[in-house]
Design a protein around this ligand. Structure first.
Ligand SMILES: Cc1cc2nc3c(=O)[nH]c(=O)nc-3n(C[C@H](O)[C@H](O)[C@H](O)COP(=O)(O)OP(=O)(O)OC[C@H]3O[C@@H](n4cnc5c(N)ncnc54)[C@H](O)[C@@H]3O)c2cc1C
Length: 439
């Protein structure tokens, strides 16, 4: 039965929303439309690291070559750690098998995700303002800031951490400031010495007291997209932030103040940023997080197949210290589309409860461990105690369960356990243990 005949509205066309459009296409949900607030589809900011667990989903969409076109290829390790002052190598986390992590500019990932989504299914300049339920017609009415409206049976809120759909569901909580600001920019490899350029062909993490600088080797030489994405996590009071927005520009000098006594490679990064950003300013972002959300959805008592559900940062935002916010949005979108397409009854409440039960333990766990990982990276303990406390085999195990996760298998197994006598046929990628699993 499922909900394939229902009219689905997706709110938000960021990485989560656009990935969901691919999931819907893959699952066979055709009566769907995405509404994005911005005048065009765009992603600002630095690069993003998409790890194995989510790459398996992207590969299932058939997007492997499209993503690899402008992403890094076969990085030697997942991450290497260096001492902020001496530059000494501290340890590393290896990859956990194929497909390996891919570091890519956000705009290039969005471009790949858009490739197979028909323009007819996408609208820009549509900022959702209100949702109302028309009990006569048994449908939702979505009103947009430009005065237009649309209708839907099912609404999927992919509208980010400040989600309007989330507010409609009655969640009045506010995001919490993490205590850190993020400085983001790019450095060209030719602006670095050969030694530092070679070092930054890997994902490097310079760990310091209450601060760390992460570098991502974005893109590849073949497509002329290779450069170093710089993400500086700096502990700062929120009081100094005067911008209305969470994302703004700030002088490179502010970043430099934090790291002026750091190792030579970091000084080269600062010099490279100055060269690459002639106005002397780079992106600066306040880093927020939410407590895990208890209820991800609401359904209508007068219509069993109508409801609203959240995915991505609107419901499971996390600190980025395990690089999983977008990865989780990709996973959640795939699972939700499969459940909507394959559910055996017309009871949306049961379907969405199953979906939440499937995803929430993992997203809650990642949210918790990402906060812990951030504390370990931006060392919050005295430097003399580092050797006792930081154990790289522990760090590695932290990432193992994140990256070895098999969504296709999880969906099959839990569906079996929770809802006997139902039948989901999953289409996973070629290497999935759950390829074409019927449970
Ligand atoms: C410093 C940093 C580094 C990160 N690094 C990684 C990483 O390496 N790997 C990783 O997986 N994740 C990473 N993340 C997390 C990742 O960026 C987010 O989890 C991801 O972008 C969330 O996608 P989303 O689509 O849910 O939300 P968003 O990206 O916020 O997209 C929401 C979309 O909804 C639109 N919208 C908002 N309101 C409305 C409305 N009312 N009506 C219509 N449209 C609306 C917005 O314009 C936007 O396009 C990082 C985050 C940060 C801050």
């Amino acid at each position: 039965m499922g909900f394939a005949d229902k009219k689905i509205a997706v709110i938000g066309g960021g990485l989560g929303g656009m990935a969901f459009m691919n999931s819907a296409r893959h699952a066979g949900l055709k009566n769907i439309h995405l509404y994005e607030a911005a005048p065009e589809f765009t992603e600002v900011g630095a690069g993003v690291n998409i790890t194995r667990n989510a790459n398996r989903v992207l590969d299932a969409f058939g997007l492997k070559d499209d993503v690899l076109l402008k992403s890094s290829r076969d990085p030697p390790s997942y991450m290497e750690y260096y001492h902020y002052r001496t530059g000494d190598f501290l340890g590393q986390i290896d990859e956990f098998g194929d497909p390996k992590s891919r570091q890519i500019h956000r705009a290039h990932l969005l471009e790949a995700l858009r490739k197979n989504v028909s323009n007819e299914l996408l609208s820009t300049g549509k900022r959702l303002t209100t949702i109302t339920w028309d009990d006569g017609k048994k449908e939702y009415v979505l009103s947009f800031q430009d005065g237009t409206s649309a209708t839907a049976d099912i609404i999927i809120g992919c509208d980010g951490i400040k989600s309007a759909v989330r507010k409609h569901l009655g969640h009045e909580d506010h995001p919490i400031y993490s205590g850190q600001m993020v400085y983001r920019g790019y450095v060209a490899y030719e602006d670095l010495s050969p030694e530092t350029a070679a070092l930054l062909r890997k994902t490097a993490n310079f760990r310091g007291p209450k601060k760390h600088v992460l570098t991502l080797p974005i893109g590849n030489d073949e497509s002329n997209t290779s450069r170093v994405g710089i993400i500086g996590f700096m502990t700062e009071p929120l009081e100094g932030w005067t911008s209305e927005s969470w994302l703004d520009k700030a002088p490179i000098d502010d970043f430099f103040e934090h790291v002026k006594d750091w190792t030579g490679a970091v000084q080269e990064i600062i010099a490279g940023l100055r060269k690459g950003h002639p106005d002397g300013r780079i992106l600066k972002q306040t880093l927020y997080v939410r407590e895990p959300t208890e209820k991800w959805f609401a359904t209508e008592s007068s219509s069993a197949s109508s409801g609203i559900i959240l995915i991505g940062d609107s419901v499971h935002s996390t600190l980025p210290h395990q690089g999983q916010g977008a990865c989780m949005a990709i996973e959640s979108g795939f699972a939700l589309a499969q459940v909507l397409q394959q559910w055996k009854t017309s009871n949306l409440d049961d379907a969405l409860q199953f979906f939440q039960d499937l995803r929430k333990p993992r997203t809650d766990r990642i949210t918790k461990t990402s906060a812990e990982t951030g504390k370990m990276a931006s060392c919050e303990i005295p430097e003399e105690k580092w050797p006792e406390v930081f154990n790289y085999s522990v760090m590695r195990e932290r990432m193992r369960w994140v990256m070895e996760y098999d969504l296709f298998q999880d969906l099959a197994t839990k569906h079996d356990a929770l809802y006997e006598n139902t039948n989901i046929s999953l289409k996973g990628p070629a290497d999935s243990t759950a390829q074409e699993v019927a449970v």
